[in-house]
Design a protein around this ligand. Structure first.
Ligand SMILES: C[S@@+](CC[C@H](N)C(=O)[O-])C[C@H]1O[C@@H](n2cnc3c(N)ncnc32)[C@H](O)[C@@H]1O
Length: 276
């Protein structure tokens, strides 16, 4: 079955992200759209943390530079851009079956070990594991091997082609690496939307590999960029202080998720920090 297409008020086809990705910001589009539309038409959208592409697919810029530190994610987009066929003729079908899943995960890990995951086969396996594994998680062990267990879904819809996504993704540019490596190529004609892994209060070191020191490094980097910037994050007191202290205008929104707080499930507060 092809992915569902919806049209928004501007008659743009709205496509959902091609992968399941934690922290997707589709719900933020109505808040980002007015900021994006206030920019000149030729503005390039730059996302240092592009993740599942919910924001680029929602705003649909003509030019975009999309970066993420996850090499498999970026390989998947590069391969889609180059015309990836998810189900080549003669290949076995994707199966929602534990043994088939484990064998596919072994094959994907063998590609990683052989330094050969950066290929169409790596992209096809990544897509299959993403749809079939537990909660769409993307997790690696200390040796860098993918270790997400089988997802046990009753049914899975495997869109077998990405014909609707491919024309949208094709004109955009992709890169893999830490956000700071982007510095020399960001221009005054860009608009940066930064959506890092959430700050989790009382955690100093690693939260999805992104520590408090990384949150500080990011905010201090964003303030130096020669273009307008919007950042989102969990509105923890220290994140609000950090961005306000650097001169960003901040606002808070209720996010469509809940956080456990003293056993209660409180609606999470999201921060939007804006530098014009
Ligand atoms: C919250 S997700 C982004 C979600 C995205 N906005 C969406 O709507 O799908 C954060 C992303 O940051 C990436 N990331 C983590 N550390 C990074 C770093 N140092 N530089 C660039 N990307 C990083 C993760 O791989 C993840 O995809």
């Amino acid at each position: 079955m092809p992915p569902r297409k919806i049209r928004n008020a501007d008659n743009m086809v709205q496509l959902g992200p091609p992968l399941k990705w934690a922290g997707g910001k589709r719900w933020l589009i109505p808040h980002l759209q007015p900021l994006w539309q206030a920019m000149p038409k030729a503005t390039r959208l730059v996302e240092p943390f592009c993740g599942g592409l919910a924001v680029s697919l929602g705003l649909q810029p003509q030019t975009a530079w999309l970066n993420d530190v996850n090499p498999h994610l970026i390989n998947f987009y590069e391969q889609l851009k180059a015309g990836l066929v998810l189900q080549p003729e003669g290949d076995s079908l994707f199966l929602n079956d534990r043994d088939y899943y484990n064998a596919s995960r072994d094959r994907f890990n063998a590609l990683i070990v052989a330094n050969n995951a950066n290929t169409p086969e790596g992209a096809r396996l990544f897509y299959y594991l993403n749809r079939t594994g537990f909660n769409g998680l993307c997790r690696f062990n200390q040796k860098g091997l993918f270790n997400v267990p089988f997802g046990r879904y009753a049914t899975i819809n495997y869109p077998l082609n990405m014909h609707s996504h491919q024309p949208l993704l094709a004109p955009w540019q992709y890169s893999m690496g830490d956000f700071e490596a982007m510095t020399p190529h960001i221009t005054p004609h860009d608009w940066v939307y930064a959506d890092p892994p959430y700050d989790v209060e009382f955690v100093t070191y690693s939260q999805g590999g992104f520590s408090w020191a990384d949150q500080v490094r990011l905010a201090e980097w964003l303030v130096t960029l020669p273009c307008p910037v919007v950042a989102s994050n969990q509105a923890t007191p220290r994140i609000m202080d950090l961005y306000q202290g650097l001169g960003f205008n901040t606002q808070t929104l209720l996010a469509p998720r809940r956080i456990a707080c003293n056993g209660d499930r409180q609606p999470a507060q999201e921060m939007l920090a804006i530098k014009t």
